[in-house]
Design a protein around this ligand. Structure first.
Ligand code: RTP
Ligand code: MG
Length: 135
């Protein structure tokens, strides 16, 4: 089951600019089924917890400030090969390097305000999904 699921967030910039519908539409068009969906605001503490893996990175404090700057949309998605296929659909972290047809190419504004999150492994998809949606 877990191998067919991934976790995503629509980040604060994309929510603020009314791109929830456009992004969810690209996700569904991409063959993903939305299993869970929730709009929620992260406190700096929760955002810091979510991205704790990046604690030592130079962009960590900015990232926490950004991710708690406004509501996000969290979702669990289902599809064969979900984690890898979703990373392909969202495109490169830096939108300058994102391919045509990807969510970040269309909606990301910068390497930080890059519209969406996608889990990077089955294990993290499980952990991140449980961070928002209790089992
Ligand atoms: P995500 O985890 O959000 O799906 O993004 P990702 O795997 O493509 O990138 P990652 O290396 O995990 O970085 C997490 C998020 O931190 C912000 N970031 N800012 N200023 C910078 O150089 C920088 N680098 C990364 C982005 O919001 C990135 O998505
Ligand atoms: Mg990542």
């Amino acid at each position: 089951m877990a191998t067919n699921r991934t976790f995503t967030m629509i980040k604060p910039d994309a929510v603020a600019e009314n791109h929830i519908g456009g992004i969810l539409s690209m996700i569904e068009q991409g063959g993903f089924r939305i299993v869970e969906l929730q709009k929620v605001a992260l406190t700096p503490e929760r955002a810091g917890q979510f991205y704790a893996v990046h604690k030592e990175r130079p962009f960590y404090n900015d990232l926490v400030t950004y991710m708690s700057s406004g509501p996000i949309v969290a979702a669990i998605l289902e599809k064969d090969n979900a984690v890898a296929d979703f990373r392909t659909l969202i495109g490169a972290t830096n939108p300058a390097n994102a391919e045509e047809g990807t969510i970040r190419k269309k909606y990301a504004k910068s390497i930080e305000a890059n519209a969406v999150h996608g889990s990077d492994s089955d294990e993290n998809a499980q952990i991140e999904g449980e961070f928002f949606f209790s089992k």
